[in-house]
Ligand binder design. Structure first.
Ligand code: NAI
Ligand code: MG
Length: 333
């Protein structure tokens, strides 16, 4: 049995979390949940955005599965997601995007993994606002160490998964220093991991164009925080949308698994959300915990369900509710 901290989040979070918990239970996955929420929900009920109980639980279990949490725009409170990523140095945000049989998209044969640096860059929290002068500064901070950590993580992952090609996406033509640090870090990592035989670089704007015209050419992509945030939603769009792409925030001694998408307030509470993205994040978690058999069993039932459009949720063109889709997966276990 593995103890895992479960954070349902808000918006569609509770609905998709329930789906994952039910599927794991039906599959007898060896997970025991410790539920601790955060966000507006706990601010209202306990007076805290991140209750101490969540920190204590994560520090005990070292593994979390997390639903999305709303961050109000311009209200002055820091994103809970960023707080957790920085506090526990979860410096890798790993986001796979793969074509799935049964999901209709303009592309076939996409199989890429994005490594987004998760604690630095424009998310470093270095914001200065001068009301009198009317100037808003948001500083991007990269460190040599941070760049090397994410570069090494991407090359190590590629090596361990038999992937031969790593691409760095950057904007070194304009942001000279940041670009140089990432390029140097990747070149060092490439020398350290010779089994990755093909390393190349793309300037971020061209990268976007290439991704939407010939995404099959990419394998492992490594990039800084904001570029990675944007590219991962772009990649989601290539393989079926935000309802299907998983993610993981990984550090050297803790990992929190969560979907790429947010709290989807436009469909929250309506039974429309697709739990696939969070379920796939849960499968990444099972693999991280060494529970590959459980993961494979659930994966098989999920894949079989996704091939029937009639059993899928509305984002995939199907008629099923979150609960019905969940039941179709459980029936196939
Ligand atoms: P979003 O990702 O929540 O939604 C974008 C669009 O995708 C919406 O039309 C939504 O209905 C759809 N969508 C997302 N997930 C879906 C699912 N599982 N099934 C079906 N459709 C799905 O992005 P948005 O609306 O920009 O952000 C909403 C809130 O979420 C914001 O407060 C943002 O800060 C927060 N957020 C939180 C994240 C996290 O907790 N890790 C990540 C991204 C955003
Ligand atoms: Mg995002």
């Amino acid at each position: 049995m593995h103890l895992v901290t479960l954070t349902p989040g808000d918006g569609i979070g509770p609905e998709i979390t329930r789906a994952v918990v039910d599927i794991f239970a039906a599959a007898q996955a060896p997970i025991q949940w410790e539920e601790h929420n955060a966000g507006i929900t706990t601010l209202e009920s306990q007076g805290e955005l991140i209750p101490q109980g969540l920190y204590d639980s994560l520090e005990r279990t070292r593994v979390g599965l997390k639903g999305p949490i709303t961050t109000p725009v311009g209200k002055g409170f820091k994103s809970i997601n960023i707080t957790l990523r920085q506090k526990y140095d979860l410096y890798q945000n790993v986001r796979p995007a793969q074509s799935t049989e049964g999901i209709n998209t303009p592309f076939k044969g996409i199989d890429l993994v994005l490594f987004r640096e998760n604690t630095e860059g424009l998310y470093a929290g270095l914001e200065i606002f001068d009301e009198r002068l009317g100037i808003a500064d948001t500083l991007s901070r990269l460190t040599v160490e941070g760049c090397h950590k994410i570069a090494r993580a991407a090359f190590k992952y590629a090596t361990e998964h038999g992937r031969k090609h790593v691409t760095l996406a950057h904007k070194g033509n304009i942001m000279k220093n940041a670009g140089r640090l990432m390029i140097e870090a990747c070149k060092d990592a490439a020398a350290e991991y010779p089994e990755v035989t093909f390393y190349d670089e793309r300037i971020i704007d061209n990268m976007c164009m290439q991704l939407v015209s010939k995404p099959q050419q990419f394998d492992v992509i490594v990039t800084t925080n904001l570029f990675g945030d944007i590219l991962s939603d772009l990649c989601a769009g290539l393989v079926g949308g935000l309802g299907v792409v998983a993610g993981a925030n990984i550090g050297d001694n803790m990992a929190i698994f969560e979907a790429v998408h947010g709290s989807a307030p436009d469909i929250a509470g309506q039974g429309k959300a697709n739990p696939t993205a969070l379920l796939r994040s849960g499968l990444m978690m099972l693999e991280y915990l060494g529970e590959t058999e459980s993961a494979a069993r659930i994966e098989k039932a999920l894949s079989a369900t996704l091939t029937h459009q009639g059993q899928c949720t509305g984002d995939l063109g199907g008629p099923a509710s979150t609960a019905q889709f969940t039941q179709f997966i459980i029936d196939k276990l």
